[in-house]
Write a protein that binds this ligand. Structure first.
Ligand SMILES: Nc1ncnc2c1ncn2[C@@H]1O[C@H](COP(=O)(O)OP(=O)(O)O)[C@@H](O)[C@H]1O
Ligand SMILES: [Mg+2]
Length: 222
């Protein structure tokens, strides 16, 4: 099992009040799974994605990612787990603005100690796979939204992660571009055997997944 989540909660403290964003979520993700996370705005989808991606820690519950219990890891160990096991695609791309496409994609390889030449080769090859071989030296501002999202996908996949998490990857794209981006994630996921988890508001998109998990008010309702 790639991810085992048991009774996860996440409570945000906001001054005098607390927000219970997750109230006991259990979920198992295996290799090759294709899972759509759906639910109304504010139901806890992004919070759960951040936990599954090791970007944040649960307030309570047990979370095991790629065989490692997140609670037992310090900051550096969690960052290393993120770098080796997880590819995260954000809705708003999160690319470095003053950095070329190929350097953005190569960045996760820096933390892995891959030599510069090899980094560039692997990043360029990955950009080729997402159809951007002709845009290596463009900066994000010089790329369309769909192209930026492709760069973000290439960056998420360049390390060969076992879990690809995409939080509304098509949310900022027109529907044709969104379809293309989705195809790309599905293709790459299928080719590498990675599990793919995506958050979407789009029923059609959710219908393509093998499994749908619906959240409401911080709980899995189906
Ligand atoms: N950093 C935060 N601090 C306080 N409250 C937060 C924070 N992030 C999310 N929340 C709250 O937690 C709930 C779930 O948010 P989120 O996981 O972003 O939902 P979704 O992605 O399903 O729209 C919402 O009520 C939201 O306002
Ligand atoms: Mg969200």
């Amino acid at each position: 099992m790639l991810v085992e989540a048991e009774e996860l909660t996440r409570v945000y403290a906001m001054g005098d009040t607390v927000v219970e964003a997750l109230r006991g979520v259990s979920l198992r993700i295996a290799s090759g799974d294709y899972l759509a996370l759906v639910g109304p705005s504010g139901s806890g989808k992004s919070t759960l994605m951040h936990l599954l991606g090791g970007l944040d820690r649960p307030s309570s519950g047990r979370l095991v990612i790629d065989g490692q219990d997140v609670a037992s890891l310090n900051r550096n160990q969690l960052a290393r787990l993120r770098n080796t096991a997880i590819g995260f695609v954000f809705q708003s791309f999160h690319l470095l603005p003053r950095t070329s496409a190929v350097e953005n994609v190569a960045l996760p390889l820096v933390y892995r100690g891959v030599p510069a030449r090899t980094r560039r080769q692997r990043a360029a090859a990955m950009l080729g796979q997402v159809g951007l071989a002709h845009r290596l030296d463009h900066r994000p501002s010089q790329l369309s939204g769909g192209e930026q999202q492709r760069v973000a996908i290439a960056r998420a996949l360049v390390t060969g992660p076992s879990v690809v998490l995409a939080d509304e990857p098509t949310g900022n794209l027109d529907s044709a571009t969104g379809q293309a981006v989705l195809h790309l994630l599905e293709q790459q996921g299928a080719a590498s055997g990675a599990a793919l988890v995506l958050v979407t508001h789009d029923h059609e998109v959710a219908g393509r997944a093998h499994r749908q998990v619906m959240l409401r008010d911080g709980l899995v309702v189906s």
